[in-house]
Unconditional design. Sequence first.
Length: 621
Amino acid sequence: MFKSLIFFVRFFLFWLLFFALDRFIFLFIFHKKLRGLPFGEKLSTFYHALRLDLSMTAYLVVIPLIIFSIWYFSKRDHISLKWASVYNKILIVVFSLLSVINFNIYREWGSKVNARALSFAVDTPNEAFASSASSPILLSLFVLIILIGSGLYLNFLINKKQINFIKTPFWLKVIVTVILLGVNFLLIRGGWDVAPNNQSMAYFSKYEILNHASLNTEWNLISSILASKKTNKNPYLYFDNATAEKEITELYSVEKDTTVSILKTKRPNIVIFILESFTADLTKTLGNEDGITPNFDSLTNKGVLFTNIYAAGNRTDKGLIGTLTGFPTLGTGSIVKWPEKMQKIPAISQKLFQNNYQTSFYYGGESEFDNYKAFILGHSYQKLIDKNSFDKKDMNSKWGAYDGLVFNRQLQELNQTKQPFFSTILSLTNHEPFEVPTTPKFGKKDIIQEFKSTAFYTDSCINSYLIAARKQAWYKNTLFIFVADHGHLYPKNKFEIFQPQRYHIPLLFYGDVIKDEYKGKKLSQIGSQQDIAATLLAQLNIPHQDFLWSKNLLNPYTKHFAFFTWDNGLGFVNDNHCVTFDNIGKNILYNSNSKDIIKTNHNLKLGQSYLQTVYQQFIKL
């Protein structure tokens, strides 16, 4: 019985070898781009490719596996595999053609074949043909012959001609079938970890071409096609585009491009803490909650606190992008799902890297989750530390390493980092299931107590971090920025997802680099975590015009407003009014002043214009 299962082992071996051959040819064709790159990293592309290669093969084996399962329970004593050979031969030809197309597209576009490329060929065949005119025909034919010939030969050598069955008890057949289906499902998904397979699983290098070499071509194409169905048409069309764009242009226009300077230096070190679920409601200063974040509350008396800041969305991926790039959320979508679009938007890390900053990113969890790694490695972060950088004994929570361990790791490594540096820390302990490595401060009787306890723990880690940092030589020249990734239902447990209070988060600039006259200042202008990019870069006298959706909070002429989304809803808040809107039900869910129809209609139009315009830009990326 088990000998017959070798068919599946052979099937996987064949396709893994085929994908490896395809990858080797890719590296060979672009060998000039690889000159000077470490040989070990080039070789590593084959290792880091395995996860998506296995996933793609598991997709391919679904049909043979279903047929096997049906015939396995019949009275047959053998199965002819001629059909499987034909199945493989068809795929060999298709995938070989796809590989040749991919090589030529990559030469022109610098990206792998995707839904956009297919759409380009289908919608504008003449232009597509013209674009391909510069492709080397002889090399393309040679590569096609090599791939098809090698694939057919490997198929002949490796795959069996038939499967022989022996008599097996029915119960054992059921167990074997369930195991096969289960293992194949796990290979498709990428295991039982929190993060399912995505493009980030293949990313490992600061050299983009090696990440692209590692990324399985067919898997990436299928993922791109599925994702493109949600991006080739704007689902948020409320007005004609010119009207919506005009509203947004006026919203971001300023009489004078200037800023209030709150820093003593133009080139400080910068450390951004993006704190998991660190909603304003946790604090005494903003939420009137006692004893949960005593250390953060004490810092507000020595830094510059923005008291009316809103998260861009309700999930970490949206908060991460909003904070570090100033790019808004997209209703039901998030740009992290489309790495090729995501890499086209600017990030703070890129700007600072271009200005000779040493850049690093620290996270105790899986950086592949929601394509974080693709964003990090694609936006000039020179160092990435995630759960794979820690000992297994330190992985004591569901999500990875606790905040204290991650904070300490970053602190130690900054002591060996050349100044100026820019370092980002994404915390994770204050996340379900709300576990702490110490005795819970508020107990564990209910989820609210657990949430308050993990927030208290993170707050204590911030205090310990700063105590140690003050002893370091670089401390006096460092600006610390504390911001939440998003708000939370707890600890008050009363604000719904469509209420603006759910998105209220703290934003604090702290450090000795802040001018004495601004320490302890509390600024009440309404803004978003998206505004960190423009505000920070303006303090450093670094141009930020390409951060289209970020405004300088310290420019006296800036309009005060914030935009946020959740699933299929949007919210817009300014100094006078807040309104939230359900895009499915087409109705207003929250209105801070329903009696003022003029303000209600005005803010609703601004919110709708905002979402329509940003999604339109997203489509064009």
